[in-house]
Design a protein. Structure first.
Length: 259
C-alpha cells in the first residue's frame, strides 16, 4: 500500500533575483519519518487557486511555520512595520485550505505560523510583539546560539485535561520548544484552547466541531520529531489520522473500467 500524502502550503522566497515556492526541510522530514506520510509542497498564489482540486488529491494538511506573519488586515487590524515580514501569497493559499480541510474532515496539523493562520481563518485575531505586554514572557528565539540551540526544548506548557492533545501527550506539564513573537489574541469561536504557557500564552488549540484530527500548536514538534517523545507522539497521531482518512476514501476507478 502506498503512503498517504499531505499538502504543505509553500512560502514565497527570493534567491538571486528569482522567486521560489519553498518549505522547510524539517517539516518534510517529520512528515516522512515521524508521521509516516509523503508531503507535497503546494505553490502559493494570491489568486486563481481551486482549493478543492488540491484537497481532492491529498489525505491531510500540514500547515508549517514560517519567518513571515499573517497580514493584520485579515483579522481587522492595521499593519505596521513591526508586524512583518508578510507573505500575502501564503495567506491566500493557506487560509482557504484550512477552512476547506475542516469542512471536508481532512486531518490537519498546524504549527507556529500555522496555528496563527488557523485562528485567523476561523475568525480570531493575533497579538504582535507579545514580549512587550505586561506579564508576558519573551518567547522569541534566543540570540547567540546555533540552530539546534534555537530550537532546544526549554519551556513548559500546561496541557488541559480532557483535551485532544491530552489524549496524545497526557494532561499536565509538557516540555516544548516554543519560539515566537506573535500569538493568539482573540481565540476564534470554533477553537478550543488545549495548552497554555505559564504566562497564559495560548500554545495549542483544536477545532471544536471538527470531524477529523484538527490541531494547532505554537511550538515546533517538527524539529525534534524523531528524537523527542512528545514531538514524535504528536506527529504519529497526525499520521494515524491521515492513514485513517486515506483508508476511508473511495478507490479511484481505473480508466479501463470506464471505457
Amino acid at each position: 500500500m502506498t503512503k498517504p500524502i499531505v499538502a504543505i502550503p509553500a512560502d514565497i522566497r527570493s534567491f538571486d533575483g528569482a522567486t521560489w515556492h519553498a518549505a522547510q526541510h524539517q517539516y518534510l522530514r517529520a512528515a516522512l519519518n515521524a508521521a509516516g506520510v509523503m508531503a507535497f509542497i503546494i505553490p502559493a498564489f494570491e489568486e486563481g487557486y481551486d482549493t478543492d482540486a488540491i484537497l481532492d488529491r491529498v489525505d491531510g494538511l500540514l500547515v508549517s511555520g514560517s519567518a513571515s506573519n499573517v497580514h493584520p488586515s485579515l483579522y481587522g487590524a492595521e499593519a505596521s512595520d513591526k508586524d512583518g515580514p508578510f507573505d500575502p501569497a501564503r495567506d491566500a493559499t493557506s487560509l482557504p485550505l484550512i477552512r476547506r480541510a475542516i469542512d471536508r474532515a481532512i486531518p490537519m496539523l498546524a504549527i507556529c505560523r500555522g496555528i496563527q493562520e488557523l485562528n485567523v481563518a476561523l475568525g480570531g485575531s493575533l497579538a504582535s510583539e507579545i514580549q512587550e505586554q505586561p506579564g508576558i514572557w519573551d518567547h522569541r528565539r534566543p540570540e547567540g546560539v546555533d540552530r539546534d540551540g534555537m530550537y532546544a526544548v526549554r519551556q513548559s506548557v500546561h496541557v488541559k485535561e480532557g483535551s485532544c492533545i491530552a489524549g496524545i501527550l497526557g494532561p499536565g506539564e509538557v516540555r516544548v520548544n516554543s519560539l515566537h513573537r506573535q500569538a493568539i489574541a482573540r481565540t476564534a469561536p470554533r477553537l478550543q484552547v488545549e495548552a497554555t504557557a505559564e504566562d497564559g500564552t495560548v500554545e495549542a488549540v483544536s477545532v471544536i466541531d471538527a470531524k477529523a484530527f484538527a490541531v494547532g500548536v505554537q511550538w515546533h514538534p517538527e524539529y525534534w520529531a524523531e528524537t523527542d517523545k512528545p514531538s514524535n507522539k504528536l506527529f504519529a497521531a497526525f499520521g494515524d489520522a491521515v492513514r485513517a482518512y486515506a483508508a476511508g476514501k473511495l478507490p479511484a476507478i481505473p480508466a479501463q473500467a470506464i471505457a
